[in-house]
Write a protein that binds this ligand. Structure first.
Ligand code: ARG
Length: 460
């Protein structure tokens, strides 16, 4: 007859609905490899406390490798009583190597085991996410370099504001993402702390357990220094979810820009077919579903984060089963942001831009600030020149002409400081090129941004 691993004191069997409610194997089985690695390292450490002989350890390590093979080949048979990845692996180990398997869990608890598995899993995933984020940033920077000639309106309040380089807009998004990249790397030392050796809560009672050696073998940077904290600390998950939420906010904002710019009203960009869909009724439609989903997924990831924060608040010290609820939000957020980064990279690397459309949206009134700055260079205080330029805008509106259509005589009625050279104000290129201070939209300043962003992601 089968019995649960913890079944010693129980006489009644688990209610089937309770079993389904309690089990986590259906989703924590994705940590099978981490669970095997952690157990192998623990078995080796048990030699040091004379719990296992070299030979017994060898049997266990090899047996665990066989269990791992079964997961890998898809031949692992889940049994109805398997509760989570830890109990499933140990149950199978015993079937393969016999009673010696029963020594593996000495001094260990699923509490320090699960925390170890989660951290190992996330250490790998965070690296993969960092690589994807880096690639996304690189795609944006490469586009910015290639399309540096394109000028477009820059907007505030979604109203035309000042001319900018298209590349400058791209790099503004990359700047958010570089900070996200750095934040992700900053999380690593707090993820990479070993809980194994904490026992259920009070620590490991077997003398000679070398936790530093376990950490080294598993690739942890440090060893946890308080066992009660070790079994219950899920801040590394909360932080990862906060990181994912903020990163998705940035991806969502980027998506929103390109959704707007791909509308016929703007027509600045067009998504490739690979990242668009059609309408089931309107044959002309090409919808930016990829970008809309990116915008939508940001809400979902924030939900993972907010839900998990509510799970954490108010639970008493050490392990409580509430903590099993850490897995689904983390897995969902990591899966979602991984796909989001891949799709966003695909969209950005295949999108077409229409520089003539961008150019056509540049109107001379967007140079009103430059007109005021022209008078500043003639020695008039800006607060006055702002007013004079504003009067020029009003004059052009009254005459239903462009700001640049006002003659020198018209302008001179507003200020005697206007001279022949005022015509130079009406060049979009010169407006953009004047913004040459670090961080500006001039060619040199934009190229400098490209270099800087590339350095930041290359150095880490
Ligand atoms: N499946 C459990 C989890 O994910 C493993 C730890 C169970 N520990 C316990 N004391 N019941 O949290």
């Amino acid at each position: 007859t089968k019995r649960k691993l913890w079944g010693g004191r129980f006489t009644g069997s688990t209610d089937p609905i309770m079993h389904a409610f309690n089990e986590s194997l259906s989703y924590d089985k994705r940590m099978w490899a981490q669970d095997i690695r952690g157990s192998q390292a623990y078995a080796r450490a048990l030699i040091g406390c004379q719990i296992l002989t070299e030979e017994e350890c060898d049997q266990i390590v090899k047996g665990l490798a066989l269990v791992g093979e079964e997961w890998k080949n898809g031949t692992f048979q889940v049994q109805p009583d398997d509760e989570d990845i830890h109990t499933a692996n140990e149950r199978r180990l015993k079937e393969l190597i016999g009673t010696v398997a029963g020594k593996l869990h000495t001094g260990r608890s699923r509490n320090d085991q699960v925390a170890t598995d989660m951290r190992l899993w996330l250490m790998d995933e965070a690296q993969a996410l960092a690589a994807l984020l880096k690639e996304f940033i690189q795609v944006i920077v490469s586009r910015a370099r290639a399309e540096i000639d394109a000028l477009m309106p820059g907007y505030t309040h979604l109203q035309r504001a000042q001319p900018i380089r298209w590349s400058h807009l791209l790099l503004s998004h990359a700047s958010y993402l570089v900070a996200d990249y750095q934040r992700l790397l900053d999380l690593q030392p707090r993820i990479s702390v070993l809980p194994l050796g904490s026992g259920p809560l009070a620590g490991n009672p077997f003398a000679g357990l070398d936790r530093d050696a376990i950490a080294k073998e598993l690739g942890f940077e440090t060893v946890g220094t308080n066992s009660m904290h070790g079994v219950s600390d899920r801040d590394f998950i909360a932080e990862t979810l906060m990181w994912a939420s903020l990163t998705m906010v940035h991806i969502s904002k980027l998506a929103e820009d390109f959704i707007i710019y791909s509308s016929a009203e703007f027509g600045f960009v067009q998504l490739s077919d690979a990242y668009s869909t059609g309408s089931s009724i309107m044959p002309q439609k090409k919808n930016p579903d990829s970008l809309e989903l990116l915008r939508g997924k940001s809400g979902r990831i924030f939900g993972d984060m907010a839900g998990f924060m509510m799970t954490l608040k108010g639970i008493p010290s050490t392990y409580n089963k509430d903590l099993q609820e850490d897995k689904e939000p983390l897995f969902d957020a990591v899966d979602t942001i991984r796909r989001s980064l891949q799709v966003a990279t695909g969209v950005l690397s295949t999108m077409t831009i229409f520089p003539e459309k961008m150019r056509a949206a540049l109107t001379p009134d967007m140079l009103a600030t430059d007109l005021a700055d022209y008078l500043v260079r003639k020695g008039i205080p800006f607060r006055e020149t702002h007013h004079i330029s504003g009067s020029a805008v009003r004059m052009s509106e009254e005459r239903k002409c462009q700001l640049s259509d006002l003659t020198l005589e018209d302008l001179k009625t507003l200020s005697p400081a206007f001279e022949e050279d005022v015509v130079k104000v009406w060049s979009m290129e010169e407006s953009v090129e004047r913004r040459n201070a670090t961080g500006g939209t001039s060619r040199r300043a934009v190229e400098e941004q490209c270099d800087r962003l590339e350095q930041l992601i290359a150095s880490t």
